[in-house]
Structures are given as C-alpha cells and as structure tokens.
Design a protein around this ligand. Structure first.
Ligand code: SAH
Length: 451
C-alpha cells in the first residue's frame, strides 16, 4: 500500500487516543474518527514499516456502536475524540484502556477492574471554559475551540460539554468588542487586546464568573460590557486578568474585579469552595463527588487516622476526608493553591487539616525523617507524569495501612502501582471514573493495602 491509496478497512479495535484500528493483509492502519465495528473507506496518508495512518473518507457500514454526534465540529475540534461512539461503549473503551495499561506496563494480569462510573448526562458537564478570542481571515472577531493539535480557532460558541450559558455570554462579549472596536489578540504578532474569555459556573449555586484575559492594563468601555453581563441571572463576578506575556499560558498573575465579588462559591458534597479566576477547581463537580466518595470509602476512615493527601491542589480531597479522619495533612507545589486550601478549610470550619507548600517528594521525606511524622492512610493524586520514586520510597518506608491512588493517567499509574507492589503493597480495588465524557481521558482510583 502506498501513500494516497484508497481502500476499505474494518475497524476492530480502538487505540489510546480514540483512533480506530484495523488490519489489511496483516498491515495495521490507524484511522482517526472511525469507531470499533465500522467498515470504512480510507486514504493512506502516512505509510511506515509495519503500520500506517489513513484518513476516513466514507463510512460504508456504520458500527452498531456509532451514534450521531451532537456537535458538527466533532471531527475538527481538539476537545472531543470519541463523540461518535455510544456512551456505554465509551465507558467500556476506557475500562479496557485501564486494563491494558495495568497489564502491559504494570504486569497486573488478573486484577478485577470495576465498571467505570459513568455520568447520568454526559453533556454539559464542564463548569469551566476558556475561549480564545481571535480575528479570522475576513477581519471578524471570533471565538471557539482549537482544532486538534493546533492553535487554529474553529468558530463555535456552542460546545455540548460546557454550560448553556456560555453561548449567551460569548455573544455579549463579541458584540461588545465589535461595537467598541476592541481588538482580538494575535498569537503571531503578540498584538491585539482580548486573548481569552474564562467562564465558570457553580453547578450547585448557579453563580457565574466571567473574566476577560487581556494583553494590556485596561479594557476600554468596560462599564458597557458590565452593564450587559450583569443582567444575566446568577452573574456574580466580572473581572479582567492581565497577561502581556507571549506564551501559551492562558492566565496572567493580576486580576482586577470590574463588578461583583472576586470569587464565586460552589460545593462538592457538603464542602464549600470559593473560586477565583486563578484558582484550580475540578471541572466536573458531579463526577468529582463520586470520585471523592470512592476515595473516602477506600480510605476506610474511622475517625482516628492520620492522613496525608499528596498533590492536594486546593485541598479538595483533604477537606472531604478531614470530616472522617483525626487529622489530614495536604502537600502541594503551587503556593496559591495552598492559600486557597487554608481558606477553604476555614470557611468550612474544618480545623483538623493543615497544608504545606512544596514538592511531595521533598516535603514528605523531610517530615518523616526529621519530624517523625507518620500516616495510617496516604492519598496521592499526581499530575499525568505520576509520582516521583523518592516519594514512593518514602511511602513504603512510612508503611501506612492503606494507600489510595487517584490517577488521571493509567500508564503512569500502572508503573507506580508496580513499584509499590514490589515493596509490600497489594492492589485491592480498581475503580475508574469518567470525568470527561467524549474524550479519551479516564480517572482511576485504586486502593492498596499492606500484604
Ligand atoms: N487533589 C487535587 C488536585 C490534583 S491535580 C484535587 O482533587 O483537586 C495535581 C496537583 O499536583 C496540581 O495541583 C499540581 O499543582 C500538583 N503538583 C504537581 N507536581 C507536584 C509535586 N511534585 N509535589 C506536589 N504537588 C505537585
């Protein structure tokens, strides 16, 4: 088979990035946007020694698992990868991905993996959206989403993963920019004013936050924008954030509130959070609650335990567990997040949680070796790259009864579980939770106990 050849392939599997996989004469083809069970016509784009990439041209026989995607941009947009796959199958796909990683990378061959905890409604689940503002070729100001693996903006204000209110807010912002001739940021030249619009909605409280990220100190005629936005039911905080750096990082350090409060309030379970434009906060609060409830049940707390929550962010897991533990210590690398964690403890009247700024792999060994700290339960929730070996060594030495590992990447999870299992721990439960429907991402929560 050569480049540009057109041929038919039956999709028999799906890869980690959601791409369809099929074989023709023993040669493997990866086909983006094809789902398991499809028979498709494709065009060879890149041919390697043992495999190739082909572009989907036509679906000859749709898979029984194929559904009509709600979003017309589902193929171009970098946000969703598997919207064309029935949601039940998406969950099975994720379960398999976790199983394969645990087997292949961790060498765990006969673990029972619980069925993925799915969403009741896999749409409109995100409480946060950051829309880039750009000018298109014809000079129109547009907003939308980045196309896959690029910074080209697809004009679209209606994303089915976000809150319905986003559309109304974006229309107001675009209208305002047009009316007062306010420029959009240009990534190539670093010129132009408005870079992004950040919208957050408290799903429990329905409080709304709008923050315009600008490449300058002031937003001309901002009062006019405020006048329109404040009429929206639930509007609680309107602000600008200043980011004059030439960078892909969305937010700068300075926030100026234009109207209302500096923050919105939301709840996960019965814990209340104050969220400012710069705060980290879980984007799917409904599934986060299920995740934390699982963490709580895996931790099996009776009220007497000392718990360490490593990579604690704004202390969400710490505060959830503190209600059932003797005391909880959280460790997080971002100082601002620790400030938020302390404030969140305070507004909830939680007095048995303390927080430390630093690298988990430095703070924990230090507290253990120098201060004689111990733990009955250790929770880790690292970023995608997983835990540092120094940290895993210290955990093994501290010898807690239980370790609860919350992971957003089952590949590094598998590696770290192997490390702990070679040092006296045993995997007792594996529970995947779907926090990001229509994408290939999957959270997993694992309970480990001493042999
Ligand atoms: N447990 C939190 C956040 C988890 S996200 C929650 O459920 O909301 C992972 C967190 O780890 C991020 O907040 C990140 O800033 C932090 N982090 C990254 N590397 C770290 C390190 N080496 N030590 C401590 N925290 C780290």
């Amino acid at each position: 088979m050569n480049k540009n050849d057109i041929f038919t392939v039956t999709i028999e599997d799906m890869g980690a990035e959601g791409e369809g996989i099929g074989k023709v004469d023993g040669f493997t083809w990866f086909v983006k946007d094809a789902v398991i069970g499809d028979v498709v016509n494709v065009k060879a784009m890149k041919v390697k020694k043992n495999y190739g990439y082909a572009r989907l041209l036509e679906i000859l026989e749709p898979s029984t698992y194929r559904v009509e995607p709600k979003c017309e941009f589902h193929r171009q947009c970098g946000g969703c990868q598997i919207q064309a796959l029935d949601y039940k199958q998406q969950l099975l796909f994720k379960e398999n991905k976790v199983r394969n990683n645990l087997k292949r990378i961790g060498g765990f061959h006969d673990l029972t993996i619980r069925p993925v905890i799915g969403m009741e409604n896999p749409y409109h689940y995100r409480n946060k959206a950051q829309f880039p503002i750009r000018q298109d070729k014809d000079g129109n100001i547009i907003t939308g989403f980045y196309a896959g693996r690029s910074h080209t903006v697809i004009a679209n204000t209606k994303c089915y993963l976000g809150d319905d209110i986003n559309e109304e807010i974006l229309d107001i912002v675009l209208f305002f920019m047009k009316k007062y001739k306010i420029s959009a940021y240009d990534e190539e030249t670093g010129k132009g004013l408005v870079r992004h619009v950040l919208i957050r909605v408290g799903f429990t409280t329905r409080e709304i936050m709008v923050c315009l990220i600008i490449n300058g100190k002031e937003l001309p005629n901002s009062q006019k924008l405020v006048d329109c936005l404040q009429k929206i039911k639930g509007m609680t905080s309107i602000s600008i954030n200043i980011n004059k750096e030439i960078t892909n990082v969305i937010l700068g350090e300075t926030v100026k509130t234009l109207w209302g409060q500096d923050y919105i309030t939301d709840y996960i379970g019965n814990v209340k959070y104050q969220i400012s434009p710069l705060s980290f906060y879980q984007v799917n609060p409904v599934q986060t609650k299920k995740l934390y409830e699982t963490a709580l049940s895996f931790a099996k707390l009776t009220g007497d335990e000392v718990v360490w929550d490593l990579y604690c962010g704004i202390g969400t897991i710490s505060l959830f567990l503190a209600q059932k533990a003797k005391k909880v210590m959280g460790v997080e690398i971002v100082p601002q997040a620790i400030e938020d964690a302390k404030k969140n403890a305070q507004i909830n009247g939680i007095t048995n949680a303390s927080f430390y700024v630093g690298k988990a792999e430095e703070v924990l060994p230090n507290k253990f070796k120098n201060d004689g700290e111990y733990a009955e339960v250790i929770v880790v929730d690292p970023p995608r790259k997983g835990c540092d070996e120094t940290l895993l060594d210290t955990i093994a030495q501290m010898n807690p009864k239980r370790v609860v590992y919350v992971s957003c990447d089952s590949a590094t999870l598998a590696r770290d579980l192997r490390y702990l299992c070679d040092r006296g721990y045993e995997v007792k439960e594996v529970q995947p939770v779907d926090m990001f429907g229509h994408t290939v991402h999957c959270e997993v929560i694992v309970k480990l106990e001493k042999h």
